[in-house]
Design a protein around this ligand. Structure first.
Ligand SMILES: NC(=O)c1ccc[n+]([C@@H]2O[C@H](COP(=O)([O-])OP(=O)(O)OC[C@H]3O[C@@H](n4cnc5c(N)ncnc54)[C@H](O)[C@@H]3O)[C@@H](O)[C@H]2O)c1
Length: 382
C-alpha cells in the first residue's frame, strides 16, 4: 500500500515511516519542521541531534535498501498538501501533523492561536486533499485519550449507546478536554466525523495515551535513525522526562499529589497499532475509534517504578512534589475500554523493569547533554 505519513519528522512519525516501510509498504513522509522550530522558540533542545528528513531517508535506504520519499511542506497551506497528494497518490494517510503539546498550547495567546490554526487547518486540508486526489484512501488520525478527560464513569472506545425517554441512539463518547491542545483534537474528531458522514471518508481515530521509549526494531539498525526525543516540561511526555531526570541525577518532578491516572503505551506498540489500523481499514463513511494505550498508571506509580529501576542501575533517584501547574483532578476514577487493537492482533510491550532499564541505558548515553533548567514546569494553566 502507498502510505503517506503527515508529520513524518516527529517523535512518532519517523519511526512509523520506517516500521511501515520495513513491512513492505511504499512510504512517504511530509513535514515542515514545526516541532524543531517550536523547540528552538521555547529554548528546549532535544536530548540528541537528529539528521534532517532527507538525510534520515538516505540513511534508511543504506541500512534497509528501501526508499522513503520525503516532502518538506507546510500542510497548513492547501497547495502544499495538494502537491504531496498529486505526486505520491496515497492509498492510506497517517495524520500526525499537529502541535502536540498541552503546555505549549497554554503558554500564551500566540501559542494558543498557532495550535488552533495549525491543528484544524492540517486536518481540514487533509479532508479536502483526500476528496480531490485520493477519494478511496483511508485516514488514520492520531487523537488522544486526553479528549475524554477523567469522567466518573467507564470510558468507551469512542462511541456510547444512550437511552433517553424510551428511545436510544449511538453518539460519540462525551469529551471534556483539559487544555487547548486537547480541545483541538476534539474538534478534529468532530470534523472528521462530519466528512465521514457527508463524503463517505474512511477514518480511524486512534485515541492515544502518552507514549514512552526510543527503541524500535528499526532504530536499532543505526543511531541516526532514532526518533526526535524531548524531555523538557513543555514537549517531553511524563515517563520520558522521568527517565531523563533519573539518569541525570535530577529529582522526578511529580505535579501535585501524583494521583493523576492515564493510559500509557510503549513506542513499539504505537507503531504496531498504526500498522494494524492501516492494514485493517475502516469502512467508507465510518469513524472507527480505538483507545490506544496498554496500561494505566498514576503519575506517582510511574515515579516509583522509575525509582526502583534506577536503583537496579545504582542510581539514587529522588521524587519531588511540585505545585501542579495544570488544572486537573489529582485523584479520580479512570477505567477506559481498550480491546479494539488487541482484537486486531496487538501484543503489548508492558512497562516492566527491563523495559525501563533498556530506556535508561539509551538515555544514559546522553546524560551529560541534559539541561536541568528545562525540566521545571514554567507554563501555568491559571
Ligand atoms: N507523543 C505522545 O505521547 C502522543 C500521545 C497522544 C497523541 N499524540 C499525537 O500523535 C501525533 C504525533 O505526536 P508526536 O509526539 O510525534 O509529535 P511531534 O511534534 O514530534 O510530531 C508532529 C510532527 O508534525 C509536524 N507538523 C506539525 N504541523 C505541521 C504542518 N503544518 N505541516 C507539516 N508538518 C507539521 C511537526 O513538525 C512534527 O514533526 C500528534 O498529533 C499528537 O497529538 C502523541
Amino acid at each position: 500500500m502507498r502510505v503517506l505519513i503527515l508529520g513524518g519528522d516527529g517523535y512518532l512519525g519517523w519511526p512509523t515511516a520506517m516500521h511501515l516501510s520495513a513491512q513492505g509498504h511504499e512510504t512517504a513522509v511530509a513535514d515542515n519542521y514545526l516541532r524543531r522550530n517550536l523547540c528552538r522558540e521555547v529554548d528546549a533542545p532535544a536530548l540528541y541531534p537528529v539528521p534532517t528528513l532527507s538525510a534520515r531517508c538516505r540513511l534508511w535506504k543504506e541500512v534497509s535498501g528501501r526508499d522513503i520519499a520525503s516532502f518538506v511542506r507546510d500542510l497548513r497551506v492547501y497547495e502544499e498538501m495538494a502537491e504531496v497528494f498529486r505526486e505520491f497518490r496515497p492509498e492510506g494517510v497517517v495524520h500526525y501533523a499537529e502541535q502536540p503539546s498541552a503546555p505549549y498550547s497554554m503558554l500564551d495567546r500566540k501559542a494558543a492561536r498557532l495550535t488552533l490554526d495549525n491543528n484544524l487547518q492540517t486536518t481540514l486540508n487533509l479532508v479536502y486533499a483526500v476528496r480531490e486526489f485520493a477519494p478511496s484512501a483511508q485516514i488514520v488520525k492520531l487523537g488522544t485519550m486526553g479528549e475524554y478527560g477523567t469522567p466518573n464513569i467507564d470510558i468507551e472506545e469512542g462511541w456510547i449507546d444512550i437511552e433517553h425517554k424510551g428511545r436510544s441512539d449511538r453518539f460519540l463518547f462525551p469529551r471534556q478536554a483539559g487544555s487547548l491542545y486537547h480541545t483541538t483534537k476534539i474538534m478534529d474528531t468532530d470534523m472528521l466525523w462530519l466528512y465521514a458522514r457527508l463524503w463517505g471518508l474512511a477514518v480511524t481515530d486512534l485515541m492515544q495515551g502518552p507514549v514512552y521509549g526510543i527503541v524500535t526494531d528499526q532504530t536499532e539498525r543505526h543511531p541516526g535513525l532514532r526518533p526526535f526525543f524531548n524531555y523538557d516540561a513543555v514537549f517531553g511526555t511524563v515517563l520520558n522526562r522521568f527517565v531523563v531526570q533519573a539518569v541525570s541525577g535530577c529529582p522526578l518532578t511529580v505535579y501535585g499529589k501524583g494521583g493523576q491516572t492515564r493510559g500509557y503505551i510503549n513506542i513499539r506498540d504505537t507503531l504496531e497499532c498504526v500498522h494494524l489500523a492501516v492494514e485493517n481499514p475502516a469502512a467508507p463513511g465510518e469513524l472507527r475509534v480505538f483507545n490506544q494505550y496498554t496500561e494505566t498508571f498514576s503519575v506517582l506509580e510511574l515515579a516509583e517504578r522509575v525509582r526502583r529501576a534506577g536503583s537496579r542501575l545504582g542510581l539514587d533517584v529522588a521524587v519531588e512534589h511540585l505545585d501542579n501547574p495544570r488544572t486537573e483532578a489529582e485523584s479520580h476514577y479512570y477505567n477506559p475500554a481498550h480491546s479494539g487493537l488487541t482484537n486486531l492482533g496487538l501484543v503489548p510491550h508492558l512497562l516492566d523493569e527491563d523495559a525501563l532499564v533498556e530506556l535508561m541505558g539509551v538515555v544514559g548515553e546522553f546524560a551529560d547533554h541534559v539541561d536541568p533548567r528545562v525540566l521545571r514546569p514554567e507554563v501555568s494553566w491559571k
